[in-house]
Design a protein around this ligand. Sequence first.
Ligand code: PNS
Length: 173
Amino acid sequence: MTTPTHPEPPAGRLAIFPGSFDPLTNGHVDIILRSTHLFERVVVAVLLNAEKQPLFTPDERVVIIGEVFREYPNIEIETFDGLLVEYARRRRASAIVRGIRAVSDFEYEFQMALMNRHLEPTLETVFMMPAEQYTYLSSRLIKEVFSLGGDVRGLVPSAVEKAMHEKKGVKSH
Ligand code: PNS
């Protein structure tokens, strides 16, 4: 039997959904809500200092994502730094949740999942698929389309769209 046993069974399964979330898209929202059906608690963990020129600071992202999930006491948002497996260990998480949109996502995700398993054998990675209409969505494309004047309504939560407009307003002055 090669499956590692957990040191002690956690009370109420907690999953971590890590990422940059610059910005949060409706694809992320879809995965987060799906993961609440599998886990008692879900932590949306925003990686600190991932991008050199982010649209939103990590703290701004935490506030915006918090607004989106205001009515979900089982969804928590915070920043993390350093190794994901260390953070997951500190939070006593059962699993890491990652969204897979297409086969092209798979290779990178597979590498990360196996490296994380090498570092922490008791931590599982759970891959989830978003609804089909979100398979082409990415934070990078959202930023590009928005910066060129494209409409991102329906692709990001309204709180995100509002914050993007506010940011644009601030930048253009
Ligand atoms: O949304 P993203 O940017 O694709 O998320 C990537 C993320 C945050 C999951 C990944 O970069 C990460 O886990 N970073 C933390 C540092 C770490 O543990 N690196 C080793 C991963 S195998």
